[in-house]
Design a binder for this molecule. Sequence first.
Ligand code: MLT
Length: 334
Amino acid sequence: MKKLSILKAVAALGFFASTAIAAPVIKLGHVDGSEWQTSKKGSAAIIFKKIVEGETDIKVEIFPAKALGNESEMIQQVQEGITSMAIVSGAMSKVCPAASVLDIPYTFSSPSVAWDVLDGQFGKELSAHCLEETGLRTLAYGETGFRNFTNNTKEIKTPADMKGLKFRVMPIPLYVEMVKGLGGEPTPIAWSELPNALSTGVVDGQENPVGTIYNNKFHKLQKYMILDNHVYGADFIVINDELFGMFTPAQQEIIQKAARIAGTMGRAIQQFNTADGVTKIVAEGMKVYSPTKDELNQFKKMAQPAVKKWLASELGSDSVWIKKLDKAVQEATN
Ligand code: MLT
């Protein structure tokens, strides 16, 4: 775990004083927009600020829209105590590899199963493990949404329809393995290059949550979407643990409570984005397919073993988290 110098900690909390100790400041960064009606991380940050400022003398400064950098940069800042808190998604598994088990495709059959797993024993154990590995305390889990495939070539109903199609994936090896397992051709491309790759036909398709697809107008560049919900994206609401330890127990309780409510808020806004996004995407001409249970099972059967095999060898001793997650999902599903 990265140790933090007391000076950095004091600076990050804003314990700067002239004559007396001023109110501490929590600096909270995220990559989403700043308004609360459609931004999952934005809404989470705003309600966190309202509760903490309403119930303590702590000030919360929000830095939205990558103002502090990308997710990996923010994680590093929080680890070093330069920033106090961040709301991050995929980048968490770069510093805490066990968290990547959440990306095993077709693991969660519904948002409520994911919520039960993350808010239950599994989520607590993962949070304790990542704290040990990184010095980041996960106060709560929010939501960045289920990811779905879109493409511009043909309607996909089963993995057989993916054969020969090129899909842009994030430059994350697990996603390459997933698309390979499904019989498609994965092409890792940076997010910033994605609109260009879609409009020039470098790739036939891509995968992202509905809200992201709609907000970035990918439905204008792609004809088809299958709501296969392959990966559930969780948000991690994290704070530097040493900074957290500098608050009084009463303040810590309020920070913890505010983060849980923030996670719930982010989940609700994300659910709204999905429902609203599908309606608008269909109205604007995209063909959207909801697979049957049997068709979904075909996706799961092809993608999961391939990804699990690859991930187990990547994670080494951390591969125990694959079994832990399977057990938790089974309990939450029954
Ligand atoms: C991506 O596809 O690169 C990400 O899903 C973009 C994002 O984090 O919104």
